[in-house]
Design a protein around this ligand. Structure first.
Ligand code: HEC
Ligand code: HEC
Length: 377
């Protein structure tokens, strides 16, 4: 345990000193197929390029056939392009959570306490429940998770990496002497995965909203109305949690529409999970504190148009379903049975009195957050 902590520390230091890819702020990254995405490596650092090759390597899973991109495709905002509530892994197993869109998650702070809306709250961390406290822990979980890539141990993982076409690149970058044992090989591979996740290819900032912020395009009247409702803390209240300004404890000054807090929205249990235990969410990693049961992380809303279904259990198929829930939770019998009533947020949602037109406006605004927008010439 101690030695792996040392490795993690060492890797963090290493990453910190790594050459970052030459982020192409001024040359937006566009692609229309996954193959086009795969082929374009302009400006990626060596480590991010290796990470990208690992990300698309379907030979890593046990049995082979599933890569990270199987459940986190660049064609669907880095969420599951099959758009199922639960994702099928290499061993034909399913987990009980919806695959996160992993774009923009890299900017989350490490899991810790911060004052959020006046109270100390847990913020940051990775996965729906914050189970990875630090960014450099998150890539290891899916490799070894039986519901995902199902690699049983470091020995098998490192053998697979050694046989991969990118292994010589890994040796060149880190030096073959440092790739001495299986654990170190896996940790270097994870370091590269992380570099890719941090690259401009995963965090593109090419939405209409981004160009609007730069003054290069105007929003339509409907999109403007939607944005105002979104930000109105007496009306739709979205920006209470999906913050539409930068957060000082995040590692970016860009707007990501989250305060990284954990909330229980009072969602009903997904029907496919009926009879299974309550999903305790954040509580599992907070000493089973009853006050944290059923709380899940507030995700970014960037690319939300492309990442259906929605919520930690993928319970809603459309943005209309999501808005209906926020608007009517407390008055619609369909939503009368939250999975965890005790910790539910009863202040900021549930009966918002939004009209159908206002809902359509908010959704029009949310659709301005999709990457790949081209400013009309
Ligand atoms: C079989 C589908 C599947 C595969 C394959 C898969 N993932 Fe995931 N991924 C998921 C699911 C489901 C979650 C949400 C799990 C949870 O929160 O408990 C997730 C969550 C994540 C997160 C957390 C994102 C956030 O917003 O906090 C990261 C990072 C991630 N995956 C990276 C990867 C990487 C890297 C790989 C390849 C090594 C990979 N995943 C392979 C299904 C998959
Ligand atoms: C009290 C904080 C809070 C408020 C207010 C709030 N949200 Fe959320 N939002 C969350 C949390 C937390 C989740 C994830 C909940 C879960 O999966 O259990 C979420 C999830 C979502 C999702 C699904 C994201 C995904 O990746 O699946 C969408 C879309 C969304 N919110 C839109 C909105 C809109 C639009 C509003 C305003 C009408 C709003 N939210 C208001 C906290 C909030």
């Amino acid at each position: 345990m101690k030695s792996s902590l040392v490795i993690i520390l060492f890797l963090s230091l290493f990453l910190f000193s790594c050459k970052r890819d030459s982020n192409s702020e001024n040359q937006p990254f566009y692609y229309s197929t996954e193959q086009e995405f795969i082929n374009n490596n302009d400006g990626l650092s060596d480590s991010a390029l290796i990470g990208k090759l690992i990300f698309f390597d379907a030979n890593l899973s046990e049995p082979v056939g599933v890569s990270c991109a199987t459940c986190h495709s660049p064609m669907s905002g880095f969420s599951d392009p099959r758009h199922t509530s639960f994702s099928e892994g290499s061993a034909h197993q399913f987990g009980t959570r919806n695959a996160n869109a992993i774009s923009y998650m890299t900017f989350a702070p490490n899991r810790r306490a911060e004052v959020v809306r006046g109270i100390w709250e847990t913020v940051g961390g990775f996965f729906w429940d914050g189970k990875a406290e630090f960014l450099n822990q998150q890539a290891l979980f899916p490799l070894m998770n039986p519901h995902e890539m199902n690699i049983p141990n470091f020995g098998i993982a490192s053998t697979k990496i050694k046989h991969a076409s990118y292994y010589p690149k890994l040796e060149k970058l880190f030096g073959s002497a440092s790739l001495a044992d299986s654990q170190t090989i896996v940790f270097y591979a994870v370091t590269c995965l992380q570099a890719f996740e941090q690259s401009y290819q995963v965090n593109q900032f090419t939405s209409k909203f981004d160009f609007y912020l730069k003054g290069k395009v105007t929003l339509s009247a409907q999109e403007m109305r939607g944005m105002q409702l979104f930000n109105d803390t007496t009306k739709a209240k979205c920006s209470f949690c999906h913050l539409s300004k930068p957060v000082y404890y995040a590692t970016t000054d860009k707007i990501l529409f989250t305060d990284y807090s954990y909330e229980n929205l009072g969602l009903p249990k997904h029907p496919d999970l009926s009879g299974t235990p309550v999903d305790s969410g954040l509580a599992k990693f907070e000493n089973n504190n009853p006050a944290e049961v059923g709380r899940f992380k507030t995700p970014t809303l960037r690319n939300i148009e492309k990442t259906a279904p929605y919520m930690h259990s993928g319970i809603f198929s459309t943005l209309e379903d999501v808005l209906k829930f926020y608007n009517e939770r407390d008055i619609n019998p369909d939503f009368a049975h939250p999975e965890v009533p005790a910790t539910m947020n009863t202040e900021d949602l549930g009966n918002l009195h939004l009209t159908q037109q206002e809902i359509a406006d908010i959704i029009a605004f949310l659709k301005t957050l999709t990457d790949g927008y081209k400013v009309p010439q």
